[in-house]
Write a protein that binds this ligand. Sequence first.
Ligand code: THU
Length: 141
Amino acid sequence: MKKYSNNDLILSAINASKKSYSPYSKYRVGAALLGASGKIYTGCNVENESYGAAICAERTAVVKAISEGEQKFVALAIHGSPHEPKPNQTYYAFPCGICRQVLSEFAESDLTILIAHSESNYLERTLAELLPDSFGSDNLE
Ligand code: THU
């Protein structure tokens, strides 16, 4: 199985962000989700004229993975920036609350999440750090 580095995953997220359909927010997001099988699933944000119908990059990647039969995940890289980034500004695109909750449905709390401005400038978190005290299946028992 091919091993991916943080660098590879971040590059995939940056490339995915280039496919973003974001004419309304003018903010591109790309996500790259590494499955336990070793395959990377990418996603971008896809907006809609009816604004609430937009889907985030992270959930695009999760939905692609699940629909292809991958249900275990190792790491996620996210890259986001405005269509016209300000020079010398660092952009960290943290996952929104809905995406954190959707990730928690499928990923373990130790999922690595890389919030990347670039390949060399990124923050590393776990899902547990980004979604503490979460609602999960335990609550339904
Ligand atoms: N967005 C994402 O793709 N992921 C997030 O976690 C936060 C926000 C997108 C949604 C919308 O297209 C744009 O960023 C601005 O909110």
